[in-house]
Design a binder for this molecule. Sequence first.
Ligand SMILES: [Cu+2]
Length: 211
Amino acid sequence: MNITNTIVSSMTIATVAASTLAGLPNTHTWPMEHIMVSMDADNALHAHVMTSADNPVEMLRFAGETYDGNASALNDQYYSDQYGWMLDGIVDPGMGNSIWIEMTTQSAGLSTYEGGRRMMVGMQTFDPIFGTAGSDLNWQWDGMMTHNWYSAAELGDYEATYRIYVGDANGDAVAGFTDGAVTLNFRAVPSPSALALLGMGSLVATRRKRA
Ligand SMILES: [Cu+2]
């Protein structure tokens, strides 16, 4: 087997591996980026991310892939589930209450769908949330690590800002707690996998010319 054949074979294997996962969006393309939510001794909520407008989470498009059920909203979109909500330390909202996240402002063209734990993508609802498709602006978080799905149709920068508060079962704010806030930053970028394939294609072409 010469070098050209080896490269072609590995491309075939990569293609087969990708197609067996068709039906579910790609979740392990990105490392996890956690939104750490904590509550201080004065019952004030805080949230911390390592990202910024200059260091955003990237959203990628996987051209030609189609996803099942509600996840089909991600078809042909730039998307990512890199951000995950995560509790940092002891957060006690009180009996019957929970942490609610409410979208306060966001870029036009940014959509969000409910995710969950990354190991269980097949069990996620992909329901539109945070105002997407007319959904409620607030979303009840169960306190488990939750990686929601963000998407956009166009390349470019996006951001979303959230209020984090303690609410009752209906999402009404409970007195005695101070809200937190966090801004998430996104950049829809050309897919590196497409670029990598282009690179591999030109390598194969070069080898063939020499042969
Ligand atoms: Cu996570």
